[in-house]
Write a protein that binds this ligand. Structure first.
Ligand code: HEC
Length: 223
């Protein structure tokens, strides 16, 4: 045991004499066992760099780069996948300066059933990650945020009487305690969530005693 204490004391003396106390000032460069990325080769923003052949520090995206959430070809160039700022119904939800429109923009081509399914499927997703936390999964305004008392009054979307264009506008610009979401959602995603809100409203009016509806509802709730 004696030797243990002796070795222990020597080890402490050795460590302190080699590395010094924490916060000591050194004249020589400190000993760094783990460099912790203290020094790195990196390019300062907007500055040239000799590392690259053309001497430019800032690099262009590799040819053919696709923004996140987009696919190659049609999507990237499609207006619907953008955040556009034109004066058409698709972009504003209004058909003139003062009036909101009813119905969906023709660009969505909802005369094709597969487009309706795709729009509602996407709308369900967007509602899940953007709206349900406040408005609740069913849109009744009883989401997590309300349960925790952060926002006392949240609109019940199931009974809301706003027309499509007006819902679109609320999503894009926000209202009261609801923040704007236009900068997060593409034109397509905005209209998708509007469509989903309309679907929630339709489902709120569905008659559970109708055997056909009961069958669909029960099948859905088992999933
Ligand atoms: C931070 C919580 C929050 C989130 C997230 C949120 N909302 Fe809201 N929403 C509110 C509140 C609060 C109101 C009431 C605003 C007011 O009138 O002062 C509201 C109002 C609305 C209204 C107006 C209803 C009416 O009849 O007046 C619509 C439509 C709406 N929200 C849709 C959405 C959609 C769609 C999403 C998701 C894209 C969403 N909200 C996300 C909190 C939220």
């Amino acid at each position: 045991m004696r030797y243990f204490f002796l070795i222990y004391a020597l080890a402490i003396v050795f460590v302190i004499s080699t590395f010094g106390f924490r916060g000591d000032k050194f004249k020589k460069p400190p000993i760094r066992i783990f460099p912790d990325m203290d020094e790195m080769d990196f390019v300062k923003g907007q500055k040239p760099s000799e590392f690259f052949k053309d001497g430019m520090g800032a690099r262009k995206p590799v040819a053919g780069t696709v923004p996140m959430g987009h696919t190659v070809e049609a999507d990237v160039h499609s207006e619907l996948r953008g955040y556009g700022n034109k004066e058409t119904y698709l972009h504003t939800g209004r058909f003139n300066e003062t009036n909101f429109g009813k119905g969906f923009p023709t660009e969505l081509e909802l005369d094709k059933p597969e487009n309706v399914t795709a729009l509602l499927t996407r709308g369900h997703e967007v509602f899940g990650f953007k709206c349900a936390i406040c408005h609740g999964d069913s849109g009744n305004g009883e989401g997590t945020v309300k349960a925790n008392g952060f926002v006392p009054v949240i609109s019940n979307l199931r009974t809301s009487t706003l027309v499509e264009g007006n819902i679109y506008e609320v999503v894009v610009n926000g209202r009261g305690n609801m923040g704007q979401m236009g900068s997060d959602l593409t034109l397509y995603d905005r209209w998708a969530v509007v469509a989903y809100v309309k679907a929630l409203q339709a489902s709120a009016k569905a008659d559970y005693n109708n055997p056909k509806i009961k069958e669909i509802f029960d099948a859905g709730s088992k999933k």
